[in-house]
Design a protein. Structure first.
Length: 364
């Protein structure tokens, strides 16, 4: 494989000349490896090779496939790497991307392609920062997980194998601002049933779609929680399905909803079930809890309206959340990361690690 030595073909190279690898080049190489959720093995193998070549002790952490994805002889694993012993700080993000795959395309100031900001550019910035910190005598770990875009199964698996680190610096696109909180997520499947009839005689049937629409209207009218620092919980109705044909009164209908949470879901679950009683049934498919996060003095902050792997990595230390790139371009056809922001992230990760290590020394 091509080595990731600093290049001299653009104005950004001087900023990384003291680093063993070029995070811009590494981002491009990572983006060019297709790794949609469930198909992460190739990018995992690439990272194992690169991290080992850079002097880290890198290992696989096997992760099962979800029940609805066939393994078909494939491997699935997280990647964990460390220089030695037990790191006080671990950098982490995810290797998987949403579909569809799109290869890297580079312009003067940007790198485009699936995963460029979510989250392969973050991986590159974290590795560059880890090398800088190692030279400064600070040992950090690197944890790259699978499945974040679907169910955080890689993170849940990793949680049983914590090295005993004190801090976890998780990477997601936050425009290089530290998140003060990350909203939780509650996915809900609504199902309504009815009775089929000829559409010319609707009185002989019972429309499941009508029931579902009434249930959804009740949910849309509900007042959702508001956090004084984080803002409101929100609702998105993402999918609606049902019916047999235009001339048949429908006997089934369903909808998939996603709430973004700013508090525990206990009260919301009860209110949902009460609101749709007699119209539909609710199945709570997946929940990722709302979390408050620590910050570092002097750095800009934001609220992450999206969810992360952090709630599934509780054994890996006190969490912080920061990374280059905008969440508004993630998951889009034109996903990109600014090169300057990518290189700034290296400096920020180094600074935050020094701050945390200094705090630990003062505490001890």
């Amino acid at each position: 494989m091509e080595r990731l030595w600093p290049t001299t073909n653009d104005g950004f190279s001087a900023l990384v000349s003291s680093v063993y690898m070029d995070p811009i080049a590494l981002t491009r190489q990572l983006v060019d490896i297709e790794s949609t959720t469930g198909n992460e093995a190739a990018v995992g193998e690439f990272l194992l090779f690169e991290l080992t070549a850079l002097g880290f002790k890198a290992e696989k952490m096997p992760v099962p496939f979800p029940s609805d994805i066939e393994a078909r002889g494939r491997e699935r694993f997280n990647v964990y790497a460390v220089s030695e012993g037990t790191p006080e700080i671990v950098f982490s993000t995810h290797m998987d991307t949403v579909p569809p795959f799109s290869p890297a395309r580079e312009e003067e100031t940007r790198i485009y392609g699936r995963g460029s900001c979510d989250a392969k550019g973050i991986i590159a910035a974290q590795i560059a920062a880890a090398l800088r910190l190692r030279d400064a005598g600070i040992n950090v770990g690197l944890l790259y997980v699978v499945g974040e875009e679907r169910d955080s199964l890689g993170a849940a698996t990793a949680n049983d194998f914590s090295p005993g680190s004190r801090y976890l610096i998780n990477g997601e696109p936050t425009d290089n601002r530290l998140a003060v909180a990350s909203k939780g997520s509650l996915r809900v499947l609504l199902t309504a049933t009815g009775r089929m009839a000829h559409s010319a005689y609707p009185e002989l049937g019972e429309s499941a779609i009508d029931k579902l629409l009434d249930a959804l209207q009740r949910l849309r009218a509900m007042k959702l929680a508001v956090h004084p620092e984080v803002g409101p919980s929100t609702l998105n109705i993402g999918l609606i399905e049902g019916g047999r044909a235009p001339n048949v009164v429908p006997d089934f209908a369903s909808a998939q909803l996603q709430y973004r949470l700013v508090e525990s879901s206990d009260r919301l679950r009860q209110e949902i079930e009460e609101a749709i009683s007699g119209l539909a049934l609710a199945e709570f498919v997946l929940e990722i809890p709302f979390v408050k996060l620590r910050t570092v003095p002097g750095l800009p902050t934001m609220v992450a309206a999206f969810t992360t792997d952090i709630p599934r990595l509780g054994n890996w230390g006190e969490p912080l959340l920061i990374g280059p790139g905008s969440i508004h371009t993630a998951h889009t056809k034109g996903e990109f990361i600014e090169k300057a922001e990518l290189l700034q992230a290296v400096e920020l990760y180094v600074r935050i690690a020094h701050e945390l290590c200094g705090e630990s020394k003062n505490r001890n």
